[in-house]
Ligand binder design. Structure first.
Ligand code: PLP
Length: 455
């Protein structure tokens, strides 16, 4: 089978290689070339490829019940998966995240979160709340609502006139925004104060919600919050009746070593989105999880979220995600993510920490990134025309390594990083291979060498 010419590919000028199989952390193309999937696609493949338990669960569900519309029915896999998700979400005396709204992607989960937040206020008669606050250098999805909430300048540019007006404040990004001599805690509080300032500018009672990625994924490159930042954000939201939406589409579902990344911050949002690692690529599925209070507000007023899509809560999708989450639990893989994350970080630091063009190595768990800079002392980014991140991706690809490149990490235009998000099952020997091949690719790009063949 070769490419037909009928697919509208992501890059409309080229046809990518034909992927035919996957085994563990490897993807294989039709020429038999093998690639280490060190980014899990886009931080998706938590269990690697070709997991027999998940494949069997999908087949069994397709045989027993492939689909039943959620307007009329619930299904056993949806019920069980919702319980598994709710059971792993953190709670506080004020908040229990226990209601799960299913979607088929991360963007849809964010759309549902935004609409749910608005409807929550509307149901209570608080109809003046019409504004969202989000952050620059963030990404919440590509549908128009989610794109408007995101701060990825490149992805927004062509569609700017179609996007709702969302306030974008500075991200919490110590490498570029902390002042010399400021402690991480001081910086975290200063970064959070930007939310208070924007609320005062808009009028706090006009704001629906603040939305942020707990650990920023692809747009800034694996940026965890400074200590105390999210707790301060939580307090500001509480003070003004503003909902806190955490987008954990990329960093949730165990990717950073806890089911939700916000668990490590001791913060419970009002609404959280998950997707990628939830179904781990075996089926398209996402979820918007909200507190009992938000759910009950809807239930006791109009009685329904004014939203819904045909494939939401799809039984086969839920069965796949249930199998994925069961494997993760049974094999204790969250502990492995934390351990392997330290191992990956240490290997990157040992091999690339002194590289003249590696400015920062950062992340949490198996969401790690390196930022490439022209000048380490001044943290100066490369001229974007050099497309350093894309050249590293190409050099890595030629060496049989898949990485997720990112640009505009600093200010939407400038900044190059490379994201790594390998499967939770990646062994130490495989981590060695990932770092070897990546370092080789980086050396080749900066030496101006032609990349070698995949192996
Ligand atoms: N939110 C975050 C944090 C993401 O990283 C992504 C995708 O990369 C999305 C939302 C959108 O998810 P999807 O591509 O499944 O629509």
């Amino acid at each position: 089978m070769t490419a037909t010419g009928n697919v509208f590919h992501r890059n409309a000028t080229t046809t990518p290689p034909l992927a035919v199989a996957g085994e563990g952390i490897w993807l294989i193309d039709d020429a038999g070339r093998r690639y280490i999937d060190a980014c899990g696609g886009a931080a998706v493949s938590a269990l690697g490829h070709g997991h027999p338990v998940v494949a069997a669960a999908i087949a069994a569900q397709a045989h027993s019940l492939e689909y039943a519309h959620t307007g009329s029915f619930t299904s056993a896999p949806a019920e069980a998966l919702a319980t598994v998700i709710a059971g792993q979400c953190p709670s506080s005396p004020e908040r229990t995240l226990d209601r799960v709204w299913f979607t088929s992607s991360g963007s849809e989960a964010v759309e549902a979160a935004i609409k749910l937040a608005r409807q929550y206020h509307w149901e209570r008669g608080d109809t003046r709340r019409t504004r969202l606050i989000a952050r620059r250098q963030s990404y919440h999805g590509n549908t128009l609502g989610a794109l408007a909430a995101g701060g990825n300048a490149g992805r927004r540019a062509a569609y700017a006139p179609l996007l709702i007006d969302v306030s974008l404040i500075d991200p919490c990004f110590a490498y570029h925004h902390a002042h010399a001599g400021e402690t991480p805690q001081e910086y975290g509080l200063r970064a959070a104060a930007a939310l208070e300032q924007e609320l005062q500018r808009l009028g706090p009672d006009t704001v629906i919600a603040f939305i942020a990625e707990t650990v920023v994924g692809a747009t800034a490159g694996a940026v965890p919050p400074a200590p105390g930042y999210l707790a301060a954000i939580r307090a500001i939201c509480d003070r003004h009746g503003v909902l806190l939406i955490l987008d954990e589409v990329m960093c949730g579902s165990g990717r950073t070593g806890t089911f939700l990344a916000c668990e490590a911050e001791g913060v419970v949002p009002d609404i959280v989105t998950v997707a990628k690692g939830l179904g781990a690529g075996y089926q398209p599925i996402g979820a918007t999880v909200c507190t009992a209070h938000i759910h009950d507000t809807i239930a006791t007023h109009s009685g329904a979220l004014l939203h819904g899509q045909t494939y939401a809560g799809h039984p086969v999708g839920c069965a796949a995600a249930l199998a994925v989450q069961t494997v993760i639990r049974d094999q204790g893989l969250l502990a492995r993510v934390a351990e392997a994350g330290h191992g990956l970080h240490a290997r990157l630091a040992a091999r690339l920490g002194d590289h003249v063009h590696v400015g920062d190595i950062r992340g949490r768990g198996l969401l790690q990134a390196i930022e490439l800079v022209a000048n380490r002392d001044h943290r100066t980014p490369f001229d974007p025309v050099r497309a350093i991140n894309q050249r590293i991706k190409a050099a890595a690809f030629a060496r049989g390594l898949l990485v997720y490149p990112g640009s505009g990490s600093v200010d939407g235009q400038r900044g190059d990083h490379v994201l790594l998000a390998p499967p939770y099952v990646t062994s130490d020997a495989e981590l060695d291979m990932i770092v070897d091949r990546l370092a080789d690719a980086i050396d080749a790009v900066f030496a101006g060498q032609a990349a070698g063949g995949a192996r």
